[in-house]
Design a protein around this ligand. Structure first.
Ligand code: AMP
Ligand code: MG
Length: 520
């Protein structure tokens, strides 16, 4: 395995001067050097071949003992210095101070095909940022992170990636619902990959400590390596940088809304500076289309991070980033204009995204009203988001009376023929039909186009749970089945039709499906 290692983060940025591994506040440093913990009985369960190829690792190499040892932290790559990053964050709206990589350890940066990739292990043991926790991860949450990272990539959503999923062979104690019932679970390690794992919180921690010198060093580093097109550091460049982070974050959250992904913990330490979806914890996928839904039981009271609120929460997080970098700019007008611009762009981009989901590729004045009515209708009774939008591709514009039959599989409750809801839908389909008459595509052309926007297969909450339950019994076949399925989320894949189905009743209120906590 010959990786082209080209470290920058731990070469160009200030390091913590202490190298022993104990929990502490780390100041004036971007990271602390730390060695992954050795594990009892490492075993690789799955590898993403696409990601291996991106890194220049052959399939044969992924089957080697060396690969297994490196990607479970049992061996350190020659001439590398693993490290944990220092960051802070706002958790659920409150400043939480220093957080940091409490259970993530960065191994190295690899450059392959002109692309830089940072490699990180999640669950590889304690770091100076572990606070009171153990630095480990369990199998269930690792399966969820592994499958979802790659599924999101194939859906076209900006995301961190995953290379491998492994068992550590150690037992890990977890209280899944934080209700005083801890139990041992299998420990696991995911290797995560991204150009960089920098988060809003990495900048916030310096600003909160009024360490503007290191704040500038880190922002300059970020621009140099990841936003080089913006030019040399200057106040103007910092503003452009903020504009770009804002644009990317907006694009990311619009993709989430498009596919029905609910992140669950959009704290500022979980906001990537590259606009990537990061930290797959208590995330979930909409089944019934519901602005108010969140899978995270830790957020059940306020539902701060519910589906319909996600775009606003991104903006809230951008405000925090603006505050953090303000000391480098010392002028609020430019930052405020960018935050205002987010709101304007959000309105128009959201509308464009929703138009595209229903096959409107031109713009007309009443589109917003038509879409708003559609969303209201989707909320009237529990309506499966994925099935609804996918089956909308069956709609024939000259046959609006058939519209309801096209999408009826999406309803969780059976509706009586005379139901008011059916009348409401019929009315909507008539309006939709009239609107479609202004589009040039034929029914089949429109179907092809919207089927590239509305996925047929997403990682439904119960599907991940089935993979977890099988893996607990040492059957890893469901992980692979879902991994393969989700590589082509927009394709019909008739052999996999069973996964194009509403959530089964057993999964409605089940822990691990609709109910997840931050315990992982
Ligand atoms: P999260 O909610 O996963 O984004 O985590 C918030 C903070 O808690 C981050 O600083 C994590 O590194 C840390 N953390 C979460 N779980 C653990 C764990 N098992 N051991 C150590 N640190 C953890
Ligand atoms: Mg996190």
């Amino acid at each position: 395995m010959k990786l082209h290692i080209q470290d920058t983060f731990n070469k160009e940025l200030p390091a913590d001067s202490i190298t022993s591994n104990y929990v502490r506040q780390v100041e004036k440093a971007c990271y602390s050097l730390v060695t992954p913990q050795k594990t009892a009985n490492p075993k690789i369960l799955h590898v993403s071949p696409e990601m291996a190829e991106n890194l220049g690792i052959s399939i044969a190499e992924t089957q080697s003992e060396l690969f297994q040892n490196i990607f479970t932290g049992n061996e350190v790559l020659p001439n590398t210095q693993p490290y944990a990053m220092c960051y802070g964050g706002h958790q659920f709206g409150h400043w939480a101070g220093q957080l940091g990589d409490g259970r993530a350890i960065n191994l190295a940066e690899v450059v392959h095909n002109h692309q830089r990739w940072a490699i990180q292990l999640k669950g590889a043991g304690k770091t100076p940022y572990s606070r009171t926790a153990d630095g480990l991860a369990v199998l269930r949450s690792s399966i969820r992170e592994y499958l979802c990272s790659e599924a999101m990539f194939h859906l076209g959503v900006p995301t961190t990636r995953a290379l491998s999923l492994a068992l550590s062979g150690d037992q890990v104690l977890r209280d899944i619902l934080y209700n005083g019932n801890p139990a041992y679970e299998k420990g696991a390690i995911v290797s995560r990959i991204a150009p960089s794992f920098l988060r809003f919180g990495n900048y916030q921690i310096f600003a909160s400590r009024q360490d503007y010198e290191n704040l500038k060093i880190l922002v300059d580093y970020t621009i140099k390596h990841f936003y080089a097109e913006l030019g040399n550091p200057s106040k103007g460049t910092y503003l452009k940088f903020f504009q770009e982070v804002s644009n990317r974050s907006l694009d990311m959250v619009l993709h989430w809304q498009r596919v029905g992904f609910v992140h669950g913990v959009m704290n500022t330490d979980n906001m990537s500076i590259l606009g990537l979806t990061i930290d797959y914890g208590p995330y979930g996928w909409l089944e019934g289309y519901d602005y108010g839904w969140t899978p995270n039981t830790t957020d059940a009271q306020n539902k701060r991070y519910r589906y319909g609120k996600q775009p606003e929460m991104v903006l809230w997080n951008l405000y925090q980033l603006a505050n953090a970098i303000y000391p480098l700019i010392e002028e609020t007008a430019g930052l405020e204009a960018i935050l205002e611009d987010y709101k304007t762009k959000y309105e128009s981009k959201y509308l464009a995204m929703m138009r595209s989901k229903i096959g409107l590729f031109t713009q007309r004045e009443n589109d917003a009203a038509l879409i708003q009515e559609l969303e209201e209708n989707l909320h009237r009774t529990e309506t499966d988001m994925t099935i609804f939008f996918r089956n909308l591709s069956r709609f024939e514009k000259d046959n609006p009376d058939h519209g309801f039959l096209d999408i009826q599989d999406a309803f969780y409750d059976s509706l009586d023929q005379k139901s008011e809801i059916i009348q409401i839908w019929n009315n909507w389909f008539h309006q939709y039909s009239k609107r479609l008459s202004f589009e040039k595509e034929t029914d089949s052309e429109r179907a092809i186009q919207i089927n590239l926007i509305n996925p047929k297969y997403v990682l439904r909450n119960y599907m991940a749970q089935l993979a977890i339950e099988a893996a607990d019994k040492e059957d890893y076949s469901v992980i692979d089945e879902l991994f393969q399925l989700l590589k082509n989320p927009y394709a019909e894949q008739p052999e996999h039709e069973k996964w194009f189905a509403k959530r089964p009743e057993w999964a409605r209120n089940k822990v691990g499906c609709s109910m997840l906590s931050c315990s992982s």
